[in-house]
Design a protein around this ligand. Structure first.
Ligand code: HC0
Ligand code: SF4
Length: 568
């Protein structure tokens, strides 16, 4: 009996040394293109989940980690993904030769190893299906697909756009788009959560490591690397580094990779706060279009442009910190250091796949020169270290470079849901009251992992009503109200496409156990709490940048370089 996802499974029974207790049998076959040669000689079958030879479809579940995607992504359960290190290493050695995207973290391999399944040379002759390249940064290789449906669930349940679906083609069950259109032409927001959910490398991103390596080895290029707020949380957990050393370790990684200049783009997060909060306060003062939605998450911006273009007037016109940083480096840094723009190669390192899409937008290039030339995910950064055989012990903690060395705690908070709104409130309240905010810097109610959080802050008799949303699924009820012209109950709304914000971005490794996202968030909170400067508007390098280059917030030059127009 073969049903559902198991239609892709054609297991061949090679023999079974049966006993009533079914304590030993052998089976050969394959799941997708992954071949299995299974012999079980455990004392009892009881430790395998409801496994029975007759229940062939269960092999699909066996191949999956026995957790739902929600469990893998969140902090909700106590699930552990255990596997046998020793066997996994042997399997890893085999898989490494195929260059698969998941070679370091294949859930299928881990689960198979855990259950003593071995991969052998191909046994089957399923017709090869050409790799589908219908999106600039996401590729689908159906030959590896095991039809588990996790990508479909990720898109509908985790992120929200719900554009993927099963399709039956040539008698095979494959993953395609609901509309049948190429992925790039659907409402896909390029978040990459489907790629992250894929347990066996059937979905992959288009890597930009090669481009970056080439630029670094080009003697005519000055290669600038800048790193997103949320990356330090990964660096901390991945290398086991305390929060207060994560930032300098991160700078050390980039220097070891031989970037010529390294910046922290929490600096540009500070710049964004000054621009975006100034814009918000002018909309309030001039009775402009409210509520104002943040615009720094490219997945969210894609969602608005594609599904709710009516909402565009509500989006802040600010570019994201990534693009503000790129524009500032290509214009201000180029000018003060006497480097020709075309000789600067600017790379951002982020936990996000939509940022690749954002950097490649034509409106973020002038005269054919992009503001950000390449975008690496944090996974790609780790892979570059591996490719260069750089061990953690060889990384020397370092400082970020001038002229953008100083960052505020508020800018670091950007990496988790609520951070942008919190940083903005720290400035808005001060500007409304005219008094320095001293004690009340923390806005706890908008931190954490709830899909919708809210706060109302009173300043000089004025109320600022803030909502913080993460996961696009959660924003739709608010959008409907705004589109209907109803008071949604908020003046300022932060939206991050991924649940929990950038710390859950699809460019980060998938958390392997519960609690990792909370740890990632805590790193950012601790850095903020212990920062000398905790307000974007007080960052002395930002103040100097305005004095020597942009003039004032929302100035003509700031509008030219730091703001954008949207394309419905
Ligand atoms: Fe994010 Fe960002 S906070 S979107 O998650 O605003 O990727 O970290 O880089 O640009 O700063 C991602 C993270 C960024 C941007 C910042 C914002
Ligand atoms: Fe869905 Fe995001 Fe994958 Fe696009 S990138 S298909 S929006 S999960």
């Amino acid at each position: 009996c073969v049903t559902g996802p198991a239609t892709v499974i054609q297991a061949v029974a090679a023999g079974r040394q049966a006993s009533d207790a079914m304590d030993s049998f052998i089976m050969k076959g394959y799941i997708g293109e992954h071949n299995i040669d299974y012999s079980c000689s455990r004392g009892s079958m009881e430790d395998l989940p409801k496994w029975e030879f007759e229940e062939m479809p269960n092999i699909a579940r066996l191949a999956m980690p026995a957790l739902s995607l929600a469990e893998r992504k969140g902090n909700f359960t106590e699930v552990e993904l255990g596997y046998d290190e020793q066997t996994a290493k042997v399997e890893a050695a085999r898989c490494l030769t195929c260059g698969c995207a998941e070679r370091y973290s294949c859930d299928l391999r881990k689960e198979a190893s855990r259950h003593d399944i071995e991969y052998k040379e191909p046994l089957h002759d399923r017709p090869y299906i050409p790799v589908v390249e219908d999106h600039p940064f996401i590729v689908r290789d159906h030959n590896k697909c095991i039809s588990c449906g996790l990508c479909i669930t990720a898109c509908s349940e985790i992120e929200g756009p719900d554009v993927l679906a099963y399709q039956i083609k040539q008698g095979r069950q494959l993953v395609g788009t609901k509309s049948g259109l190429p992925l790039a032409e659907t409402d896909c927001v390029s978040c990459g959560q489907c790629v992250n959910a894929c347990p066996c490398g059937a979905l992959d991103i288009r890597s930009e490591k090669g481009k970056v390596f080439r630029a670094i080895s080009d003697p005519n290029k000055v290669v600038v690397g800048f790193v997103a707020p949320a990356v330090r949380s990964l660096v901390s957990s991945h290398f086991g580094i305390p929060f207060d050393e994560a930032t300098s370790f991160m700078a050390g990684i980039l220097k070891k990779l031989e970037f010529d200049k390294v910046f922290d783009f929490s600096f540009a997060a500070d710049l964004t706060i000054v621009e975006e909060t100034t814009e918000f306060l002018s909309r309030v003062a001039e009775k402009g279009i409210l509520p104002q939605f943040t615009s720094c998450c490219p997945g969210w911006v894609n969602f608005v442009e594609r599904r709710y273009p009516q909402l565009i007037p509500h989006l802040s016109t600010c570019k994201s910190p990534q693009q503000m940083m790129g524009a500032t480096v290509k214009n201000h840094f180029a000018k003060i250091s006497g480097i020709d723009k075309k000789d600067l190669y600017v790379v951002s390192i982020v936990p996000c796949i939509a940022k690749k899409y954002e950097a490649a937008r034509p409106e973020f290039a002038s005269g054919g020169i992009r503001d950000v030339d390449a975008v690496l995910t944090s996974n790609e950064m780790l892979e570059m270290l591996d490719l260069k055989r750089i061990a953690a012990a060889e990384i020397v903690p370092s400082e970020f470079d001038d002229p953008y060395k100083r960052v505020s705690g508020a800018g670091v908070l950007f990496g988790a849901s609520g951070g942008v709104a919190e940083a903005s409130l720290r400035m808005a309240v001060e500007r409304i009251t005219g008094n320095a905010l001293v004690d009340q810097l923390d806005f706890q109610e908008i931190r954490g992992f709830k899909g919708i959080k809210e706060a109302t802050v009173e300043a000089k008799g004025k109320k600022v009503r803030v909502a913080v949303v993460s996961g696009l699924k959660n924003v739709e009820s608010i959008i409907e109200k705004v589109i209907q012209g109803e008071d949604a109950g908020y003046d300022l709304i932060e939206v991050m496409a991924c649940p929990g914000g950038c710390i859950c971005g699809a460019g980060h490794p998938v958390p392997e156990k519960a609690g990792i996202l909370v740890e990632r968030q805590q790193v950012l909170v601790d850095i903020d709490k212990t920062s000398e400067c905790r307000k974007s508007q007080e960052n002395s390098d930002i103040i100097r940048l305005y004095a020597e280059f942009y003039g004032t917030a929302n100035s003509h030059l700031a509008h030219e370089l730091l703001h954008t127009k949207y394309v419905p």
